[in-house]
Design a protein around this ligand. Sequence first.
Ligand SMILES: Nc1ncnc2c1ncn2[C@@H]1O[C@H](COP(=O)(O)OP(=O)(O)O)[C@@H](O)[C@H]1O
Ligand SMILES: [Mg+2]
Length: 267
Amino acid sequence: MATTPTLAKADDEDESRTAVAHAARIEHVSKSFGGPADAQLVLDDISLDVAPGEFVTLLGASGCGKSTLLNLVAGLDSPTAGSLTTAGRPALMFQEHALFPWLTAGKNIELALRLRGVTKAERRPEAERLLELVRLGGSYGKRVHELSGGMRQRVALARALAQDSDLLLMDEPFAALDAITRDVLHDELTRIWRETGLSVLFVTHNVREAVRLAERVVLLSSRPGRIAREWTIDIPQPRRVEDAAVAELSVEITEELRKEIRRHGQH
Ligand SMILES: Nc1ncnc2c1ncn2[C@@H]1O[C@H](COP(=O)(O)OP(=O)(O)O)[C@@H](O)[C@H]1O
Ligand SMILES: [Mg+2]
């Protein structure tokens, strides 16, 4: 899952060169819901690339179309216009952990490994390794109801990592957690991202979270969702939400976000 093997693969296999040059490529994507009479344009001409190993956050007000765009990248829905490509099948993680409550933490992860074709003998040690990676070593036999909200999201992250995708799509995965737990999970996600070389497209409405995590923040406008602005974040990692540089840039981005919301008469 590291960046280097992915790039090496591109050199070896000429045909896949374009496929792996971007972890995700979104080209002139528009999406409408409803029929011809009551069509609602939700996304309007979105173009965005995620480079291999890059961490991009997609930031915008509620209802601006973030989940719609992520679902399109995931292949769960089709665009009305434009095209989307990803290097392989992306892994997904949502606000709700979506773990199977009748399975243990370990078995939830093993299910993803089985779907990936990992042999029975290899599943258990690999599930244990992934639980270690999200710092839940020793929780293999725990049932979902025995885990806190933060721990459930750690298992959900381990299960997403079990898919061994090059691209992780995250839709407000920490939005339901308290601030302290969220902080800790930000640290873990940054560490795992740096260790694995994964590409991440992370959706949030939380400006500080966007700045805390990303190498690039892309701001979506509302009604319809368009790319309003983007920022490259070169504050060294690991960052803290309370770092002065993070706070300062968050103020600037919040101001832009407010302008977007005012422009569209929301809230
Ligand atoms: N399946 C759907 N059918 C009709 N409208 C939808 C559907 N999915 C989303 N929408 C509409 O698209 C807009 C954007 O929704 P969504 O992508 O969930 O926003 P966000 O994730 O940014 O909060 C909303 O107005 C929502 O009502
Ligand atoms: Mg959403």
